[in-house]
Design a protein around this ligand. Sequence first.
Ligand code: SF4
Ligand code: SF4
Length: 474
Amino acid sequence: MASRPSPVVEEILKTVKQRVKWSGYDKQAVEKAVSKFVAAIDVVRLHYLENCVGCAACAPACPYYYVDEHYSPVNKAEYSRGVYRKKLTFAGRILGPLVGAWIPKNEKDLDRVVELVYRCTNCGHCYYACPFGIDSGSLVQGLLKIIATYSGRAPTIIDVFAELEYREAYLEIEGLMMPWNMVLKKAEEAIGKSLPLDKKGAEVLLLPWLTDAMFYPGGVIGAIKAFEAAGLDYTLPSRPWAVRPPIGVVVGRMELAKATLERIVRRAEELGVKRVVLLDGGFPYPWMRWEMPKLLGRRPNFQVVHFVEIALELVKQGRLPIEPDDTPVTWHDPCQLGRRGGVTEEPYELLRRVARNFRPLKHRGVHSICCGGGGGIGCMNPEMIAEMAKLMGLEPDALYDGEKEKKFIEETTKAWSIAVKRKIDEIRESGAKIVVTACPVCIHSISGGAKLYNLPVDVKHIAEYIGERVKLKR
Ligand code: SF4
Ligand code: SF4
């Protein structure tokens, strides 16, 4: 039984319930959504919209193509092309459906849009498979999602967290802050001294998000142990600066995303650090490293790197004393760190140096198979929703807009359970007993998939794996 929600949770739920509508068709809302869709088209997306030849070479790259062939990248992206043709092409305006121009015009159309949007993880694999470099994920996640969200079809759970992050309201929710406070306490015990919190002028800022503390506290502690062992001049925030930024992008709410990133950049600049180290190798990595300067219109005064990059640097410099490991280990490339983030070599080089029995997967780097959980799909399952509701003092039903959304979430979980299988089969083939990776969604998805398909394997964050083997000077 959940405890009572705090006034801040009730206030956020009220805001979200006003804009999330899983039933009906609101013509005005759809028109507004279509205008936002048009505004989000830039010259790169114009290429993606204009130059597909329909060869379907992208289809086998997509994790959701194995759930249903109608979920192939080109099929999903075609819905974005339909809206583009209808609004921005002469032929589309005059000839409509004859030239594939389309716009959602009833409840069924909106239901189809949201279904396709949440059968894409934004993994970017289709982009690498396409001979013309067309990023169908960008057309689905960056454009079609705008239609879904602004027409009312946003998953309540994600919209609530987007709002919690934007307002920093999670700081007032005891259940959500518990893992953060716990991880700081355990880290102090692990290093045997006080943490260098909020220290101005440090060289490095280790920047864990609230979800890092929730999903892999061992990763946060491991990174702290590694920095201590290497004698780095580092600091970390005494309270989380975000839940998992910018969550707004997961539901296409760019205004929330921008405000959150501005706040993070301002704080890091106030501390005067030279480098910001992230543990999360999911979407926060490309957003903090590559998209943030574009969104804010300026470069920050610090460099953003992932933990694997700095750990490799320290190992190469002989500053990180590590006890080598003999367990069969493999690495899963998070799509956002690898394909979308450009960190494709460092994890392999690092693991070759610390794991004597390293077994890279058959498909790796930019060709890695997606775990099926990205794009918001990972938190769209009844168990996760019930768990989050409990932490906020809510009943699970409070995080659904009625039976229709609940059914959609259940169907999404079923689709994920098929999409994850290829990844699990490949891990099984490698013979690894430990899978290391760097994203909470990948960890959750691969652990869940391994359980579902009876694969006895331990899935952990790379910082936890390194931290367990670091020799601390006392
Ligand atoms: S980005 Fe990934 S999940 Fe989305 S359509 Fe492309 S291959 Fe499929
Ligand atoms: S997106 Fe590229 S690979 Fe896919 S159908 Fe179009 S041209 Fe072919």
